[in-house]
Write a protein that binds this ligand. Structure first.
Ligand SMILES: [Zn+2]
Length: 121
């Protein structure tokens, strides 16, 4: 049984006792427990988001001047990451002089990556 449910049950019992101060205090406790539950859900989501961001950050490697995340074959813009922590995939603009031309549509940064874009090259 959650704290909210326990307080709610106590409030039901108190309402039959005609004890106004007790009813008021339990009503306040019920409202606060509901708020704490909502806060807890938000904080749990925040922790999951931060853990995910940390895993992403730890997986980044710099190769050919762009960033690569583990398990992702598309590179990220190093400038946007370093300046604003924005994970912006680079767009493939085809081949140029034997290299892959990659452009960040956010900051307009441009890279020429040799050969296959796989980070393990
Ligand atoms: Zn960028």
């Amino acid at each position: 049984m959650s704290v909210y449910e326990a307080v709610k049950d106590a409030l039901k019992l108190a309402q039959s006792s005609d004890n106004a101060p007790l009813i008021r205090d339990l009503t306040t406790a019920l409202i606060e427990s509901a708020q704490l539950s909502a806060d807890n859900i938000q904080l749990q989501q925040r922790v999951r988001d931060l853990e995910s961001a940390l895993r992403f950050k730890e997986s980044l490697t710099n190769k050919h001047g762009v960033l690569w995340a583990a398990g992702d074959e598309a590179p990220y813009c190093r400038f946007c990451w370093e300046k604003s922590k924005l994970a912006i995939h680079l767009d493939d603009f085809g081949r140029y002089e034997g290299k892959d031309r990659m452009v960040c549509l956010e900051c307009k940064g441009e890279w020429f990556i040799p050969g296959n874009r796989n980070q393990n090259d």
